[in-house]
Write a new protein. Structure first.
Length: 380
């Protein structure tokens, strides 16, 4: 007998709890997932009868959008793989995967507690359809779910009773719907360039994409990672007095922190483009760029903290002093998370063989060439 090729059509059930309410747990048991899958199958049949020719797979887990929109779509990929292993004809062509003692059958199907407080919870579904039907079914899903995708009353009631929360809305979405919704949300908070890069990573990972942040930082996606123009490079291209540039630089680092947090949630690495002749590194919670090697004729390196109101430490500069106390920058580190400051200091102290003593500047210090620097005289 010829084996049919089944194509996976990703969909989801979106739950919008009443403001202030969150589910007490993020997974459904195996039995609960099976009950919900039967309700979902009934709903989808009423919306698009052709789904009866496809296998419905459901993961009994509640995710945040950032967990579903990751390169390679690992949640759906795992759900599809598990569903294909179940012999066709079992469970009336509906298969559900739930948790046992709180653990889902595969790690990608386990929601992270880090995102448990989001305003919308998403339950992933997949329809494995015969190749001859998949195109038409995908088109019908896109049309019908947008217009009439509200879940049935029985499904909504079951979810509220089982999860112990009230729900404002429960509706079916295609993955394209979720991406469009996320795009609008990012545009609303001035992060449209981030979405441009993320969309490329999700849909055309082999293609490079470039953009510019709202504050003028250039960004580039390629080979599964995002490269951001370093603040050093950005400063070199600016004009104006140092006071204004210091203020603008604080805004650039604030933007970098926003981008880093969201890209990390989407599991897309963020690196700095190195300055000419330099190198860059990325560790959990901070970015580091190396500009020059230690010069034997200078004083031992020291660590200086550039600070800005509301942001705390914006950057840490590793500086050597030469003749007349003139400062020479060796590296700049940018803590993107508060907890990253300690590891960054430890890394710099170990690399340069110095004590981790940090000299607080109380402001952002730039030299006459608009570069991060330190005062020309020693601190006391």
């Amino acid at each position: 007998m010829e084996v049919q090729t089944l194509l996976a059509l990703p969909v989801l059930l979106a739950l919008e709890p009443v403001a202030g309410e969150t589910p007490a747990r993020m997974t459904l048991s195996r039995d609960e997932a099976a009950e919900l899958a039967e309700l979902v199958a009934t709903d989808l049949h009423l919306l698009v009868p052709a789904v009866d020719a496809a296998r419905l797979a459901l993961a009994g887990a509640l995710f945040d959008p950032v967990e579903l929109l990751r390169p390679g779509f690992p949640v759906w990929a795992t759900l599809d793989e598990l569903a294909r292993r179940v012999p066709r004809g079992q469970l009336d062509n509906v298969v559900a995967f739930g948790s046992h003692e709180g653990q889902m059958p595969a790690l990608p199907l386990q929601p992270s507690p880090l995102f448990a407080d989001g305003p919308m919870r998403l339950l992933p579904l997949s329809l494995l359809a015969p190749e001859a039907l998949a195109g038409e079914l995908a088109e019908q899903l896109e049309i019908q779910l947008v217009g009439r995708g509200e879940a049935g009353a029985l499904t909504a009631d079951w979810l509220m009773r089982t999860l112990g929360i009230r729900l404002e809305h429960v509706r079916y979405l295609s993955r394209n719907d979720l991406m469009a919704l996320t795009c609008v949300q990012y545009e609303h908070v001035n992060l449209a360039p981030l979405w441009t890069l993320l969309e490329a990573a999700l849909l055309t990972p082999e293609r490079a994409e470039s953009g510019m942040s709202a504050r003028g930082l250039t960004l580039h996606y390629a080979d599964g990672k995002v490269l951001a123009q370093s603040p050093t490079q950005w400063l070199a291209a600016q004009t104006g007095d140092n006071a204004q540039l210091a203020h603008d630089l604080a805004g650039i680092v604030f933007e970098l922190r926003q981008y880093a947090a969201l890209l990390d949630a989407h599991q897309l690495p963020l690196l700095l483009q190195p300055a000419a002749g330099g190198e860059n590194e990325a560790e959990t919670g901070y970015l580091l760029e190396t500009l020059a090697a230690v010069e034997p004729g200078y004083d031992p390196p020291a660590l200086f903290a550039h600070e800005a109101a509301g942001l705390g430490i914006v950057a840490i500069s590793v500086v050597q002093r030469g003749e007349g106390g003139r400062a020479r920058a060796l590296a700049h580190g940018y803590p993107l998370q508060p907890q990253a400051l300690g590891p960054l200091l430890e890394r710099l102290a170990g690399r340069y063989g110095i004590a981790g003593e940090l000299h607080a500047l109380g402001r952002i210090v730039l030299d006459e060439d608009r570069r991060l620097a330190a005062p020309a005289v020693p601190l006391h």
